[in-house]
Write a protein that binds this ligand. Structure first.
Ligand code: UDX
Ligand code: ADP
Length: 457
């Protein structure tokens, strides 16, 4: 039996540790956070995040071997293995502002661990960190005069929101990096043993600390790069009458390219992609590699261009003015099956339309609470409407910004009847049946597809 602690009860810490607790019933798992309201939510029926399957996992082990606590310091003292999954946002001040990772929460945690430890600990980096951060963590942890041994292990998370539980239960791989020393190898084995409860051994790969830290940034950079690549081609499709979905299908069948992550969209969002690429860009600049930095920076720039292109196209299709027009935005979350709105392209499109003085109505099945907070300062006039039919009533246009299934299944004939004419649909996720909508009377613009516009009568 071991005492496992996770510091940080967010999108990463909560689901990760809940699955570990379920799969390792002999271990005691505690998830601790400074945010006592968040801890209270984890202890209640209303978990602080929405994630399919999460509640079932939490309910199956909460109070048995899974506990949530706001007493971070006491939990540190009792733990054998400490996972650190505190937030590492992009720095908003000083050197590296707008690019580098802000490591203040992470460093605070390292110092807290040092201060409250009385027994040897294995410290596992779960948060995404710049390569060679473990070195700094080791230096802080070893600056103790009690000669307490600490081993730092890197174990980046690759789970994707909306499928976090499935990803944890069936990972493509688990990556564990550690020092190649006797105690480093022992610490690595302790973490391998946790995952080996349910992950086939060949899927648990072990590397150096630095490869593990950097792999996380690189995996996200490659995934985001695929989206920016297909989005860049979607712009060309709109000029040439080629169809981006036909192209994605055709190239995805090449086994060297593969079919995943080729959905052209209004842009990628989420807490990781932009932050991690900017972090990578900053690292490249720091190590004197400006060409490499520029190469990756372009992935982020293309994503911003794609969002700007989307609302510019809305504006130009709607006779270059949306001022005073009601526009229904379908989706606030950065992708389907999550309530998370961090870096959501939907909110960027929303802000741009508000700036054009449109009357924006936002609908989303799970993300309106977060959207309300995000938009409170810069777009307080946005109307939040949980019912998509009511959101669309009297609107001049609908823009689909999150690929929730429910948006594909609405009765668009009824929606068309309720809208101002001419009625426009902008499908930023390519989830609707465009020809059918066109035949109902809608003017339809989708990503990377020829427009379907009714001629003036
Ligand atoms: C990502 C990584 O997938 C995950 O491995 C890592 O641990 C955290 O970052 P996440 O941010 O949850 O996960 O979402 P992901 O499914 O990767 O989607 C990111 C964004 O890209 C979303 O806005 C999504 O809508 C968009 N996307 C994804 C596309 O626009 N097209 C695609 O083909 C795929
Ligand atoms: P992620 O998506 O990486 O999980 P979140 O912001 O959802 O990021 O979660 C990070 C959590 O870490 C937050 O709930 C925050 O309160 C917590 N946190 C930050 N610093 C500390 C700290 N020193 N001790 C405990 N928890 C912390």
């Amino acid at each position: 039996m071991a005492n496992l602690l996770c510091i940080g009860a967010g999108y990463v810490g909560g689901p990760t540790m809940a699955v570990i607790a379920q799969k390792c019933p002999e271990h005691r798992v505690v998830v601790a956070d400074v945010d006592s309201a968040k801890i209270a939510a984890w202890q209640s029926d209303h978990l602080p995040i929405y994630e399919p399957g999460l509640k079932e996992v939490v309910l199956s082990c909460r109070g048995k071997n899974l506990f949530f606590s706001a007493e971070v310091e006491r939990q540190i003292a009792e733990a054998d293995i400490i996972f650190v999954s505190v937030n590492t946002p992009t720095k908003s001040f000083g050197q590296g502002a707008g690019k580098a990772a802000d490591l203040q929460y992470w460093e605070k945690t390292a110092r807290q661990i040092l201060q409250h430890s009385r027994t040897p600990k294995i410290v596992v980096e779960k948060s995404t960190l710049p390569v060679r951060t473990a070195e700094a963590m080791e230096r802080i942890l070893h600056s103790n005069d009690r000669n307490l041994p600490f081993d730092v292990v890197s174990n980046p998370e690759f789970l994707s929101e909306g499928t976090a539980i499935h990803d944890m239960e069936n990972p493509d791989r688990v990556l564990i990096g550690a020092r190649d020393t006797p105690s480093g190898r022992k610490a690595m084995q302790a973490v391998v043993d946790i995952y080996a409860h349910w992950v086939p051994r060949e899927r648990i790969i072990t590397t150096s600390l630095w490869s593990s830290e950097l792999s996380k940034l690189v995996a996200n950079a490659f995934l985001a790069q695929r989206i920016s690549s297909i989005n860049s081609i979607s712009a060309l499709c709109e000029k040439t009458e080629a169809d981006i979905q036909e192209i994605a299908h055709a190239i995805g069948l090449d086994s060297r390219i593969g079919p995943h992550f080729l959905n052209a969209s209004v842009g990628f969002g989420g807490s990781c992609f932009k932050k991690d690429i900017l972090n990578l860009v900053y690292l490249c600049e720091h190590y004197g590699l400006p060409e490499v930095a520029r190469y990756w920076d372009q992935v982020v720039q293309m994503n911003e261009y794609q969002q700007a292109r989307f609302h510019a196209r809305m504006l130009s299709s709607m006779f270059n003015t949306v001022a005073g027009k009601r526009i229904a935005l379908f989706g606030a979350a950065f992708k389907a099956n999550t309530s998370d709105t961090r870096e959501s392209p939907a909110l960027n499109v929303c802000r741009a339309l508000v700036e054009e003085r449109a009357e924006v109505v936002l609908t989303d099945p799970y993300a309106l609470d977060h959207a309300r907070i995000d938009l409170a300062k810069d777009a307080p006039q946005v109307i939040f409407e949980p019912d998509p039919y009511r959101a669309a009533a009297k609107a001049h246009a609908i823009a689909v910004l999150t690929e929730w299934n429910l948006f594909a299944e609405l009765d668009y004939r009824a929606i068309y009847q309720s809208m101002a004419k001419p009625a426009f649909i902008f499908d930023g996720r390519n989830i609707l049946d465009h020809r059918r909508l066109f035949s109902m009377g809608f003017n339809v613009q989708a990503i990377g597809k020829p427009p379907l516009i009714h001629p003036a009568r």
